[in-house]
Each structure stands twice: as C-alpha cells, then as structure tokens.
Design a binder for this molecule. Structure first.
Ligand code: UGA
Length: 441
C-alpha cells in the first residue's frame, strides 16, 4: 500500500521505517530540509536502536523517500498519517499548531479523497477538529472530497521504538464511521502476526486511551516512589515490597521501579495536557495532580540526600554523574531528572563530571561550555578526583561497578543511587556510604 507520513520525529520516522520494512511504500514529509537531506543520505536524526539500518535498507529498496514538498506527499497516497509534534502550550495543554498546519495543507492541495490518520498525541476531539478544518478548507476551494479522519495513537517507547512498532501489543483505531475498517486490517496485517491486534473504537475514546495509558504508567511510578519514601522512614526495603506486590498478576512487575522520578517527552507533557483537558470540562483530577506533584518532588530527591549528607554545604565539591538521558538506550534529556540534579548542584556551588553512553552531545547542546561541567569520556574517568558518585540512569554498563576502585577514587567515598543498581549490603561491605531510593542500608 502507498502511505504518506507527515513528521519524521520518533513516531513518524519509526512508523515509516517499519511500514517500509514490511513492504508498504512510504513517502515522508518534513519541513526541516537539513533533516530531510540527512535522511535521504541514510542518516537517522535520532539515536534509536535498529532505526538507521531500516532506513538505509528501505532507501536502497526504494520503499521509503523523504521530501519537504507537502504537495508531493499529499498527491502520493490516499492514506496520510499525521505524526508531528504536540508540545505543551503556554497553558499546559497540547499545542496543535503543527497538526493543524498539516490539515490545512491537505485541505489546500488535495485533489482526491483521503484517509487522514492522526498519530500525534492530541487531546480528545482533535480528530473531529481536523475533519472540520479540512472540510472548511475544501469548501473554500469549492471542492467536496470524502475526507475520513481517524485517530491511531502510538504506544512506542524511546529506546525500543522499532521493536515496539514491529511487535505492538495493540493497535488502536479510533474511527467514527466504521465503514471501511478493512483498510486498517490490511495496513497493519504484517504487525498482527499471531492474532488480530486491532481494537476499534470511536475517535474520542482512542484519543483518551493514549492519555489514560501514559497516566496509568506515570501513576504506577509515582505510587512506588511514594511507597519508597515511606519504606525509608519505616525501615523497609522497597525492592522487597516491589517483588511482593508485583507477584500479584493484577499489579504486575512492570513500571514499579522506584527511582529519581520519570522524565522524557511524554509522561510529563501528557499528564499536564490531560489535567488541562479536565479543567476545560470542569473536572478536578486529584489523582493526576498528585502523580505530578510526587514526581516533581522525587526529581529533587537525590539533591536532598546529597544535601543531608553534606549538611547543606556542597560548594567546592565535585560530583561524578553516571547517566544524563531520562532512561537508558536514548540520548534524550527532555525533562530528565539529571537536569534537576545538575542545576541544583551548580546553584549550590558544586562541580559536575558527567558521563553518559549516548547523551554527551545532547548535554553539550543544552549546557554549552561551562567551567563547572566536565563531560568525561568514560564512567571511570568521571569519578577521577570526584568527591562522590551520583547515578541517574540505569544504563546496563553501570550495573557492574568495582567498589574497591570507587572507594579508592571517590574522595568522600559515597554513592547516591537514583536507580537502585546495587545491593546495599555489598556497597556497605566495600566501605562506601550508599544512598539508594527506598532501601535500608
Ligand atoms: C512512554 C510510554 O511508556 C510509551 O508507551 C508511550 O508510547 C510513550 O511514552 C509516548 O507517549 O510516546 P517513554 O517516554 O519512551 O515511553 O519512556 P518510558 O520507558 O515509559 O519511561 C518513562 C520514564 O519513567 C523514564 O524516566 C523511566 O526512567 C521512568 N520509570 C519507568 C521509572 O522511574 N520507573 C519504572 O518502573 C519505569
């Protein structure tokens, strides 16, 4: 099938590469010409395992192409995906400017009927607004084309986007007029290997499903972080509690790891947007408010532990930081807990020597050259002449540490661990002070 996708960010690009890989022909449109040139040369603008290889194979097979020309993209296919950004607006709600500008382009240039599929995370009612907007635009051109608008939210995770896209747990199709649903079965057939993954519903329910899923996951994280804070005060071990509750299949083991808070481009933004939607319909979302408040506090937790240890005086100290990205397998530092920590340390007069396997360029881009930040070449060099070590991201190669070496290198012999990577007894045995999250040492 022929498909056009507007937007070559995480969602659009991954989906495009996966559609091409299973045999569809995909035309990607983006307004960023430098990005389009890089993509046409086979370079992925984002670090995502497996993505660049897919782009290269499918460019060679001529199943994927990239252009800045919206008209070309609109002419190319009957099926047009919108996968552009919906960043937070000033009021916390999702800013739909980019979504509507694609809708306007379709209204301005389409010469035949289209199926417009919105993949961008957008508030309830957006599919219907897109439809109204496209029809108004067409009316101005005195055209009456059959434009169907469908909501098809995306559930991929950064770091495993290709895998999630290739093997989705469900494919949500939000369609108000269910005639013609077969086209989606055909489109997604290669991804529904064992059983039909399509869940068909109306567009408003599909849009709310996306926000509800992310809110539920964020709620699990804030819940376990609250339990961790209680465990610390009660002399209990959150790791034991996690295993104890996770074994209940109604609760499950996933997403109940205590830590230094959730970050990324999705949870913080989506929770804010849903709170905004709730306010618009006169509903006070107490639980979502609490999820966000707990997370905000949790992002300050490591600095609180550091301040406690150093009796509120860290000026002149050097902190080795392992991990800058908001989670492993990405270079993304949006809303990352590391940013809260770095900025708190700098405000308090401390220096930072940071290492991250992928996010060094991103850190350089965000913070530039500064005398209180050294971007170290390895996890080992980050701890050279540092007073203490702080762990922010659970990258796989941080899980094995040579405690004797750390003891020899860290001037104050202390580790603040925001991801509970080590067994407290083991660190203690090595003669280091250890501050995990929600665990007794
Ligand atoms: C999230 C959702 O998991 C995806 O399903 C969704 O499609 C995506 O948002 C989106 O809306 O586009 P992502 O933001 O890539 O994906 O990252 P997650 O793997 O969900 O992690 C989010 C944050 O939660 C990270 O900072 C992670 O460290 C933290 N986390 C996760 C915890 O603190 N504890 C846990 O147990 C799990």
């Amino acid at each position: 099938m022929k498909i056009t996708i507007f937007g070559t960010g995480y969602v659009g690009l991954t989906q495009a590469a996966c559609f091409a890989e299973v045999g569809h022909s995909v035309c990607c449109v983006d307004i960023d010409s430098a990005r389009v040139s890089r993509l046409n040369a086979g370079h992925s603008p984002i670090f995502e395992p497996g993505l660049e290889a897919l782009i290269q194979t499918n460019l060679a097979a001529k199943r994927i192409s990239f252009t800045v020309d919206a008209t070309q993209g609109i002419d190319y296919a009957e099926i047009i995906f919108i996968a552009v950004g919906t960043p937070p607006g000033e009021d916390g709600g999702a800013d739909l400017k980019q979504v509507f500008s694609v809708a306007d382009a379709i209204a301005a240039y389409a010469t035949s009927a289209k199926i417009i599929i919105n993949k961008s995370t957008s508030p309830v009612g957006t599919a219907q607004r897109i439809k109204a907007r496209v029809n108004e635009g067409l009316a101005r051109r005195h055209l009456a084309l059959d434009m169907r608008v469908v909501s098809n939210p995306e559930f991929l995770k950064e770091g495993s986007a290709v895998e999630d896209c290739m093997r989705p747990e469900r494919i949500i199709i939000g369609i108000d007029d269910q005639a013609g649903i077969d086209i989606f079965r055909e489109l997604y057939k290669p991804f529904s290997r064992n059983h039909d993954k399509l869940i068909v519903m109306d567009s408003r329910s599909a849009e709310l499903t996306k926000y509800a899923a992310n809110s539920m996951l964020a709620t699990k994280i804030s819940f376990i972080n609250e339990m961790a804070n209680l465990a610390e005060r009660l002399g209990a071990d959150i790791e034991m509690v996690r295993k104890g509750i996770g074994s209940d299949s109604r609760i499950g083991y996933d997403f109940i790891y205590a830590g230094c808070g959730y970050g990324g481009s999705c949870f913080p933004k989506d929770i804010q947007a849903l709170r905004r939607t709730a306010a618009e319909v006169g509903y006070e979302p107490h639980l979502l408010d609490a999820v966000e408040a707990v997370n905000h506090k949790q992002k300050h937790k490591l600095f609180e532990n550091i301040s406690k240890h150093y009796h509120d005086d860290v000026s002149g100290k050097t902190f080795a930081v392992w991990g800058l990205s908001f989670k492993p397998n990405t270079d993304d530092m949006r809303e990352a807990p590391s940013r809260v920590l770095l900025e708190s340390l700098w405000n308090a007069g401390a220096r930072v020597q940071a290492y991250d396997p992928e996010a060094m360029n991103e850190a350089r881009r965000i913070y530039g050259e500064r005398s209180d930040l050294v971007l170290a070449g390895s996890k080992e060099s980050a701890v050279e002449k540092a007073h203490a070590l702080v762990i922010l991201t659970e990258w796989r190669n941080f899980r094995i540490a040579d405690f004797d070496e750390l003891k020899a290198k860290l001037i104050d012999q202390v580790i603040f661990d925001g991801r509970n990577l080590f067994e407290p007894s083991r660190v203690k045995q090595a003669g280091l002070s250890y501050y995990p999250i929600g665990r007794t040492v």
